[in-house]
Structures are given as C-alpha cells and as structure tokens.
Design a protein around this ligand. Structure first.
Ligand SMILES: [Fe+2]
Length: 418
C-alpha cells in the first residue's frame, strides 16, 4: 500500500522470522479470531471481547496496524512496563508459524513500552493472521537473562494490498477533538465495501497531555472498530501541535517518510499529505517562542516541488491532497493558510490536483474549483459537536473518483465526482 513505508521499513528496523517456541499462558478467547477480512467491523462484536492481555495488565492497548504495503505492515502496541515483544503470524489462524521482533543495531529490543514490529516479505493480496505477544524481563544480566511468562492477544487478521490494485476505498475522519464516542457514531455511515485504510486528517485531540490520552481517545476506539485489521494513516492538525506531549505524538505512528508530510500511492490515487502546523504566527505569544512553522512550511514547499515532478505522481489517475487547515473558507485570520497559500498553492494549482481534503473550520462543505484561486475542489469535513460531525468515504477506480460526506445522523451532506 504505502510506497514510503517500504522505504521506511528498510531503513528502520530489521525483522527476524523464525518458528515461535514459547511456553505461553493461554489467553486466546473462545472467539479466537477477531479478523476484519471484509469491511470494517462494527463496534459491538469486537468490543465485547476484551483483550485479555490488557486485562492482565501487561498491554495498554490492542495492536493497531500502520504502514501497510504490498509486502509488509507494521504492528504496534503499547505495554504498561518495559517488555520484550514479538508478533506471531501466518496464513492460517491455526498456524502462526512466523515470528517478527524489533531488532536495532543487532540487538533484539526487550525493554520497550512502544512496540513497532514490521512484518516483512509478505505476499500481496493475502490474508494474514497474527497475535501480539509481550513478556516482562526479570533479568537482563549476561548469563542470567530471564523473562516472566509471556502474554498474548487474541488472533486478528489483515489483508495485504494487491500489487496491481486498480481501486481504492478509504475513509477520512477529521476534528474529533477528544470525543472518542464520535468514532463509532460516524462509523455507522462508513459506506459500502472493504476499506483499504482510514486517514485521520487532523485534530483528533484538543491539546496533547500524555500517552493515556492517545490510548483512550484514539487507539482504543479505533481498535474496537477496525485498526487491528485495517491500517490508519495519521495526518497532523494544529491541535496536535499544542500541549506538553505534542513533541511525542509522532512516536506512536508509522509510515511517514517525513513524519508528518509525505506521499503514498494506492491503486489509481497518488496522495500528498502536507502539515499546515499551527494556525497562528510563530511570533504569537501563545506559542511562547518555541515553534518555527514558517520555516517548516517553506521546507515542505521545497519537498512538494520535487514531489509533483515524480513520474508516479504525474502518471497517476487521481491526485489528492490532504491538509488539515484549508487555504480558504476560514473565518479567522489564519496565518498558516496565508503563508502556505503563497508557497504551496502555486505548485498545487499548476499540478492538475483533482481534490483537496481539509478539516479545521468545523463547518463541512464542498467548494468547487475556482480557476486561478484553487484549480481543484476543496472538501472540508465538519466537527466536532453533534450535528456537525462528518465521515468522508472516497472510492476511486480507473474511471472515476467518488466522494461522499455523511453527517452523524446518516444524512449525506455532500457528494463529489471527479
Ligand atoms: Fe484545526
């Protein structure tokens, strides 16, 4: 799926594959398999099955999928205390005959709380089954290395993308603003078909406080709905730059070549994700002199200019841009939009962009292209209060791209065909 993820995984962590041989405590539930082989599962069935490893107090959240591509995917989870972790996986739920661990500089990581384990050399268009396993170290002293009994999650599943995917079907959430109850409400209106991924288009939070906020307000609701079986992509909003934990947010997500601005291809779509940073000027007193988003947006302009020259971008059927803060249709005086309007928009307007997807304003709307201003339609998702929340479904094949925006009552509030 994500071309960049392949590059990232090559650079980042090596993966070892071997037959697992552990004397594991039994935690697999009677349901055993919690896969999402067809579409995103509704909340009910999965929510009933509590992750017993979490109940055991070792794991802080269920596993969640990141950085999916045709040959690999990254499985992530968090433990409450430092642990040695691995993923057991295979093509049959009854035979998880492969094992992947996180290895850096020749050493297996055994005392992490953030576990990001890439599964590599996967086959395209194949269903894989997996479970996450963690164990606490008792002693890491040489000649006395010992661990407590491992705990494991139930078995989940995911499907790798086809090498020659001709279609793409995905969802977009934006401006949830620390209201995790919005995810299941909106997911009821996800639309038809199996989703390839879900893109979070900024402001999932109000201000970053700590890891528990990320777990409770994002990872838990998403894993109850889909993220054990369908990957999500994280794009940063201005509110993710606020607060004492803002500089740690990126440690929880994978698949971005530049962390918060990147591109990826899926079927007929070439996607560009840009990070608009904070709304206000770097010099505003609220920012306390500890941000430098003007220079960061200029750096992205240099990257963007190269991006639109790539044959994969030029030859793609549909070119879609994701930016949390829209360039227009904002009531407030938005420094970010004004600045990037001068350095990003000229590039985008000259690059045959088909669609821009934004959030931020909390007023949903579909704004047709205006020649010379924005030569492409801009779709803004709503939120976060009841009656203003939206879920966006995008489906594209070789003939057309169709977008549908639905509000939290199930009413379709906008459609677009490219
Ligand atoms: Fe925002």
């Amino acid at each position: 799926m994500l071309r960049i993820a392949e590059e990232l995984n090559r650079k980042k962590m090596s993966t070892e594959i071997e037959a697992p041989s552990i004397n594991r405590r039994k935690f697999v539930t009677s349901l055993g398999l919690l896969g999402t082989a067809a579409g995103l599962s509704p909340l009910s069935a999965l929510a009933e099955v509590q992750n017993v490893a979490i109940a055991d107090g070792v794991m802080k959240c269920k596993p969640y999928l990141q950085a999916a591509h045709t040959k690999g995917i990254t499985v992530r989870w968090i433990t409450n205390t430092p642990c040695y972790s691995w993923v057991e996986y295979g093509e049959s739920a009854d035979k998880l005959n492969l094992k992947a661990r996180q290895i850096e500089d020749g050493m297996v990581q055994v005392e992490n709380t953030l576990h990001a384990i890439p599964l590599t050399n996967l086959k395209p268009s194949t269903i894989y089954f997996y479970r996450a396993v963690s164990e606490k170290p008792k002693s890491l002293e040489r000649r006395a290395i010992a661990f407590e009994s491992p705990v494991s999650t139930p078995v989940y599943s995911f499907t790798t993308p086809a090498t020659t995917a001709t279609d793409v079907n995905f969802l977009v959430f934006n401006d949830i603003h620390d209201r995790p109850e919005s995810f299941p409400v909106l997911m009821k209106y996800q639309g038809d078909g199996k989703k390839d991924f879900v893109l979070l288009n900024g402001d999932m939070f109000n201000t970053q406080t700590d890891e528990n906020q990320i777990v409770q307000n994002l990872l838990n609701p998403l894993s109850d709905l889909f993220s054990t079986g369908t990957p999500f992509i994280f794009a940063r909003g201005n509110h993710e730059t606020h607060g004492k934990f803002a500089r740690s947010v990126g440690n929880y997500f994978d698949g971005q070549e530049n962390k918060y601005y990147y591109s990826f291809s899926y079927g007929p779509m070439y996607a560009i994700v840009l990070d608009s940073g904070d709304t206000k000027s770097d010099q505003e007193p609220v920012n306390g002199g500890i941000v430098d988003f003007d220079a960061y947006r200029e750096k992205q302009a240099v990257w963007l200019a190269q991006e639109v020259k790539k044959p994969a971008f030029i030859n793609s059927k549909f070119k879609v841009v994701f930016i949390h803060i829209p360039p227009f249709y904002i009531d407030e005086d938005a420094h970010a939009s004004n600045q990037y309007g001068k350095i990003w928009l000229p590039i985008l307007n000259a690059s045959k962009i088909d669609l821009m997807l934004c959030g931020h304003t909390h007023k949903y709307g579909i704004h047709p292209a205006v020649a010379g201003k924005h030569n492409f339609p801009i779709v803004i998702g709503g939120g976060p209060k009841d009656g203003r929340r939206t879920i966006i479904q995008v489906k594209a094949n070789q003939q057309a791209l169709n977008l549908k925006m639905t509000d939290d009552t199930g009413k379709v509030v906008g459609t677009l065909k490219v």
